[in-house]
Each structure stands twice: as C-alpha cells, then as structure tokens.
Design a protein around this ligand. Sequence first.
Ligand SMILES: *[C@@H]1O[C@H](CO)[C@@H](O)[C@H](O)[C@H]1NC(C)=O
Ligand SMILES: *[C@@H]1O[C@H](CO)[C@@H](O)[C@H](O)[C@H]1NC(C)=O
Ligand SMILES: *[C@@H]1O[C@H](CO)[C@@H](O)[C@H](O)[C@H]1NC(C)=O
Ligand SMILES: *[C@@H]1O[C@H](CO)[C@@H](O)[C@H](O)[C@H]1NC(C)=O
Ligand SMILES: *[C@@H]1O[C@H](CO)[C@@H](O)[C@H](O)[C@H]1NC(C)=O
Ligand SMILES: *[C@@H]1O[C@H](CO)[C@@H](O)[C@H](O)[C@H]1NC(C)=O
Ligand SMILES: *[C@@H]1O[C@H](CO)[C@@H](O)[C@H](O)[C@H]1NC(C)=O
Length: 627
Amino acid sequence: MPPAAAATLLLLLLLAAALPLSSAATRCPDCGSIRVPYPLSTSPTCGDQSYKVQCDAGGTLLFDTLNNSYPITSVDPESQRFVIEPASLLANTCVTSDLVHQGVQLNSSLPFNVTSSNTILYLNCTTLLLSSPLNCSSASLCHTYVNGTRDAAACGAAPICCTFGAGGSTTSYSIRVRDAGCRAYTSFVNLDTSEPVSLWPKPGMEIQWVLPPEPVCGAQSDCDGNSTCRPDPAGSGVSRCFCQAGLKWDPTQGVCVEIVTCQDPGGCGTDRTALIAGLTSGIGTALVAAIVALLLYRRHRRIKEAQERLAREREDILNANGGRAAKLFTGKQMKQATDNFSKDRLLGAGGYGEVFRGILDDGTVVAIKCAKVGNTKGTDQVLNEVRILCQVNHRSLVRLLGCCVELEQPLLVYEYIENGTLFEHFRGEGRGKLSWTRRLQIARDTAEGLAYLHFSAVPPIYHRDVKSSNILLDEKLNAKVSDFGLSRLAHTDMSHISTCAQGTLGYLDPEYYRNYQLTDKSDVYSFGVVLLELLTSQKAIDFNRASDDVNLAVYVQRMVEEERIMDVVDPMLKEKASTVDVETMKALGFLAVGCLEERRQNRPSMKEVAEEIEYIISIVTAKVVES
Ligand SMILES: *[C@@H]1O[C@H](CO)[C@@H](O)[C@H](O)[C@H]1NC(C)=O
Ligand SMILES: *[C@@H]1O[C@H](CO)[C@@H](O)[C@H](O)[C@H]1NC(C)=O
Ligand SMILES: *[C@@H]1O[C@H](CO)[C@@H](O)[C@H](O)[C@H]1NC(C)=O
Ligand SMILES: *[C@@H]1O[C@H](CO)[C@@H](O)[C@H](O)[C@H]1NC(C)=O
Ligand SMILES: *[C@@H]1O[C@H](CO)[C@@H](O)[C@H](O)[C@H]1NC(C)=O
Ligand SMILES: *[C@@H]1O[C@H](CO)[C@@H](O)[C@H](O)[C@H]1NC(C)=O
Ligand SMILES: *[C@@H]1O[C@H](CO)[C@@H](O)[C@H](O)[C@H]1NC(C)=O
C-alpha cells in the first residue's frame, strides 16, 4: 500500500473512532460519589450535550452558570432536579463571593431553571428594594435568619434584607445580586418556615432540568437499533433518533422502551358491549330492545319539552327591561359556528378561558368566549350579568352580542375585532406603526371606554382586568376594550377572606392586597400600567429586567423619582420626537404615575384621566398645525 493511501486510511479510521457513536443515549459515569443520570453530560461521549455539567478532578460535580460554577450536592433524576451550593459570604462582610458575577445567572437558552421550591433571602440591600414586590419588612424571614446564624452575623449591621420564593415569577434564570440592589443572598430548598433557624437545612438552591428530547444524530449510525435518524418535525433543522414503531422515547432513561398497552381488561375501561350482550342473552333480545326504545323515546320527549320551556324563560331574563336585545344562542349554533370548537378556530386563551372565532348562520364573524364561571354561579345569574353587559354601548368597547348557557360552560358571543391586541402590537412588527399620536389616541379611546363603564353604565361596571392584552385594535388601530365585567361573572360570591386573586399580575391595584376589593380606582391603577406600556413598549412584568425592576410600575416610578423618565421611553418614539413630543411624553408619564398612586383616593378618576389625555393630544396636534 502506498504511504499516502495508508495515511488516508488511518485518518478515516481515526475519524470513525472520534465520531460520537450512539453519543447521546448513554449515561455518564458517576462523579465521585454522585450518580450522574441521563441527560446530564460530563463529556462529549455521554449524556445529552445540551445538559453539560462538569466533573472536576476531585470528584465534585459542578454546574456552570454564565460566569461561575457551583458544586452540585445532590441529584434527583425522578423529579429532574439537582441542588447546588450557593456562594458564601466573604469573611466578616455581608457580601457574597459571587457579587462580582451578579449572583447566580443561568444561561436562559439552556434547559435549566431555578425552581419555585427555593426560598431566597436577599441580604444587605439598598432602600430601592423597599418598593419592590419582595417582602423586605422588618418581620421578613431574612431577619430571623441573620439573627440566628453565626456565619451571617456581619449582615446584622445591614438593616435591609428581603425574602421571596424563587422560580415561576422573577427568578427562573437569575438570582441577581448587585451593588445597586442586594449584595448578598442565600437560599433554602423546601424551607419549613415554622422551624427555628437552628433546625434549617444547609443552604442550597434547587435547579430543574427540562426532560430531554430524542438525541441529535448526524447519521443512522449515531442511533441504536431501536431508533431511526430522521429530521425533527418540530423544525430547527436537526435530525434526531426517533423510536421505531411500538416503542416510545423514555426521556428519564434516554432509551426507547416498549409502549405498555392495557394487559388487564377489568382495569382500564370496561368493555360495555360485552356487558350488555351478557345481560340480554337470557331474555328475548327483541323484547328488551322494544322496551328500551320506548323508554328512550319518552325520556327524549320530556327532555325536549323542558328544554324549550327553559329557553323561553332564559330569553325573558336576558331581555328584561328593554335595552339592546341580547341573543340567546343554542349549543348547536355555537358548535356549528366554531366547527365544533376546532383547534384551528382557537383565537387565544385569556384569563377567563378560551376564545374561538365563530361564523354565525348569517355570515357574521364573532368571537366566542368560554367563560370559566365559578361553579356556584347559577344560570340565571349568568344571564342577568350578560344582560347588563349587553346593554353597554360605546365605540371603544367590544360589543357583547349574547350568550349560550346550554353547554357545560357558558359562552359569551362578542363582535369580532380583526387586528389583534395592543399587547401583540408591542411585541410584533406593529410597534413601528404605533406613532406617538396613535398611542395617545389609543390611550384616550381606552380611557373613554372605561370612563363610560364607570360613569354611564347602569349599574356601574368595573372592568377589573384592564391590561394591554384586553385592548383590541381594529384595522384602523382604534382601541376597543374587551372582557369588561367578566371577573364579576367569575367570582361574585368571593368573600373577603378568599385568597383567590382577581386581575393580572403587574396590573393589580396594590390596595387589593389590603382589603380584597376592587373599585373603579383599581381600573385606574391598571390603566396607569397600560399607559406605561404605551410609553415604553415594555411588558408589565418582565423577568428579563432585574428582579427589583420586574414590575414595570415599580421600575418607572423609580426612574421618575430619579428624574430619568425619558430613559424608559420607547427608543422608537424618542427617535422621531420633537420638543413638544418629549414634553407630552413626560406629561403622559406623570399622568400614569398619578394613576399608580398607592392610595386610591389620590388617584384621578377615569373621567379625569380621559380629559387629561385629550388635553395632551390637543397640545401634540396643535404642534402639527403650527409646523
Ligand atoms: C453591604 O454592601 C456594601 C457594598 O458592597 C459593603 O460595602 C458593606 O460592607 C456591606 N455591609 C456589610 C454589613 O457587610
Ligand atoms: C460574564 O462574562 C462575560 C464574558 O466573559 C462578560 O462580558 C460579562 O460582563 C460577565 N458578567 C458578569 C456579571 O460578570
Ligand atoms: C447559552 O447557551 C447557548 C446554547 O448552548 C449558547 O449558544 C450560548 O453561547 C450560551 N450563552 C452564553 C452567554 O454563554
Ligand atoms: C413578610 O414575611 C413575614 C414573615 O413570614 C410575614 O409575617 C409578613 O406578613 C410578610 N409581609 C408581607 C408584606 O408580606
Ligand atoms: C435574636 O435571637 C435571640 C436568641 O438567639 C433572641 O433572644 C432575640 O430576641 C432575637 N432578636 C430578634 C430581633 O429576633
Ligand atoms: C422550569 O422548567 C420546568 C420543566 O420544563 C417547567 O415545568 C417549569 O415551569 C419551569 N419553571 C420556571 C420557573 O420557569
Ligand atoms: C430495543 O428495545 C427492546 C425492547 O424494549 C430492548 O429489550 C432492547 O434492549 C433495546 N435495544 C437497544 C439497543 O436499546
């Protein structure tokens, strides 16, 4: 063999050896005393490469965050969780050693997150934290911890500390410490706060991993005999080892396993035909069939008569004392209109249930909302509420056309608004179309719609869930408020002790937490948040902001106090802003902050808000005329 050919062959052999053969679906060896379950990966030849962890020379398993590493103290493959040891305090200070890395910062593109089992104690915080949603009161658990822990003694000299539950809300990927916020933290998994500090477990932070999909493959040879290398139908352009027929992917073991079918006929779903056959075999089959048919017929007739009577009564309730007629739709009509509630008719799922696009017999396009009504709610009450809501008539309010109370859940039928919600416009390409004047008009229309509900509807209607995803924009970008009065429908029997929060996080009146009542001024508060969204194009709650700035209302209020309001205005707006625009942006910002006043009595009424916005618009448009 010529040397060149030999070299090529050798190279090929080497390449073949280097190929990660059946790479993913093998479990990595233990690290020290810790078992490393699939999909965690300590090397390129085992585990799933998206789940990298390190096993250092000393046999310690380490979890890498963006700029740091933390030892893993335990792993639980059943729940896909492990616990890391949080950073400790620098000697004799109340500053954590990872302050330079801003605390625990997970790469949010990786399949790991911080679980909600963690109780986080933030230590040595600035006064800024006092206006955060965290518990920084003098009764906060962190004080108990500091007082009872020798290692944290230095923190006794730092007056402000805060406690909160991680995960889910502010902190799935980041437990942030920084000079302008808190300078230290610690964390406990599944803390029983009723225990004295001396019995608390060692600090730990629990991290969860997402169950892994099938392993990535380049060719069939990367997969084992039970799977085939095929392009991932979920897109992303990669191929994966999909299990062959009769087998399914077991993400905890990382192998294809047999699909377990029902072995025990008594266990899963009794066979009814067999049962009936058994019963009837003794008696004359024909006779039984005749009796059954007769009974069924009578029952059917009785039900039908009762239904007709009920429908007449309901129609009467719905259209009592005049007003615009509300229509009572039948279940059949609703099923036809929505193609039997087919998934491709689904427009979205709001706080009160799913919304479908429906087409009525006469061709009218409508939005049909399944109201998740509290089950104590009687049909008559639902009809009565619908009747009141149907009488609402204002150009900036989505019209309720009628309802259907025949199916399992009551359905509300609305006029259909084509263009999407304000919320979507901020996220999508539409943001550019929302000029400053247009945003002001949206603000004014929304305010007028709400003022109408508060001051002109009889009885007054409080929306109770004002937010940008409840403001629809039509094809001309006119605002239409939807879902008003719905939460009333959902929980009228809510007592004051109920912990069942109404409204939406980020928009909810803070006074609600004091007395569990929502008033017109709660709508004013939520509308203040919408104004901030219009001004900043930022989300009301955004976990990508620092944990003390997650809440847009808190964030902007802080910026206003620091006289930096223009720093938060949407850069797209600032780009084209004239001096008058800038001044009116500030004016709207101050109006919003007024709506967010902690005390209800200090907030303006919705009418005053609408007038103020009208005034701001008149200044902006006057400028247009002059120039
Ligand atoms: C709190 O943090 C600041 C800023 O890092 C630091 O200078 C101070 O020493 C800390 N307080 C205590 C009590 O360690
Ligand atoms: C993390 O590391 C990156 C690059 O190594 C650096 O740009 C960034 O500032 C670091 N962040 C922190 C908080 O240390
Ligand atoms: C985060 O993880 C993704 C996916 O592995 C990687 O491409 C990206 O570089 C990581 N980001 C940082 C800042 O390390
Ligand atoms: C803060 O936490 C303490 C202790 O758990 C609790 O008693 C207090 O009510 C909490 N305060 C707030 C405002 O949630
Ligand atoms: C601190 O702990 C001691 C006992 O360890 C207790 O007597 C004292 O009341 C505690 N102080 C506070 C403010 O909790
Ligand atoms: C963390 O990931 C798990 C698994 O995907 C998911 O169920 C959970 O909701 C996530 N938690 C947070 C706080 O994002
Ligand atoms: C293929 O699946 C069968 C049935 O589950 C199992 O017994 C066998 O070990 C699997 N083979 C491989 C290579 O995983």
